[in-house]
Design a protein around this ligand. Structure first.
Ligand SMILES: [Cu+2]
Length: 181
């Protein structure tokens, strides 16, 4: 008897926690850290695979659960060692000898507000990575298209929810007006 009460209480707590989480998730997307630029920039072409990948955010992501996959044309991850975070910069070293080709960088970090954020971008390199870092390629400020899409998506979700709730309220009011008349 006591045990079943307890499990019911626990289930109740779980429901509350889930509800609280969805409220947090529905909070303005501006609270997330935003990818401001990457080096290499999305869609850029360079003579050789860079020795490292750099991501610059508008704030400092949390130092936990960061992943930056550097996938070559065959989908092999050429990331070398762990991700480092210094201030707003997230850096991932690339294996020496990583082959040229079109790369897809798949990143995931924990935003300073505690929410995981992620994105991908691509670049094309003509030759293999060298151990010595090549001259840094000017990263034309790519304003993180993924972040923009995320914000737009979040805003759209909030808008759709708002419209649906609004429509339901109007319908209910109309119905009650009808029954009043
Ligand atoms: Cu967030």
């Amino acid at each position: 008897m006591f045990a079943s009460l307890r499990s019911r209480f626990r289930r109740c707590l779980l429901v509350l926690a889930v509800a609280a989480c969805s409220v947090v998730l529905a909070a303005p997307a501006q609270a997330h850290d935003v990818l401001e630029s990457s080096d290499p920039a999305n869609g850029s072409t360079m003579p050789a695979v860079p020795s490292q990948i750099g991501l610059t955010f508008d704030r400092t992501p949390m130092g936990i659960g960061s992943v930056v996959h550097v996938q070559d044309g065959n989908g092999t991850d050429q990331a070398d060692g762990p991700v480092t975070i210094v201030d707003n910069n997230v850096t991932q070293a690339v294996k020496a000898g990583a082959p040229g080709g079109t790369y897809t960088v798949v990143w995931r970090v924990v935003s300073s507000d505690g929410h995981p954020i992620e994105g991908t971008f691509t670049f094309t390199a003509g030759g293999s990575a060298t151990a010595a870092p090549p001259a840094p390629v000017a990263a034309a400020g790519s304003g993180g298209p993924q972040a923009g899409v995320m914000i737009a998506g979040g805003a759209a979700a909030v808008l759709v929810t708002g419209l649906a709730v609004g429509a339901a309220l109007v319908r209910r009011r109309l119905r009650s007006t009808e029954s009043d008349a």
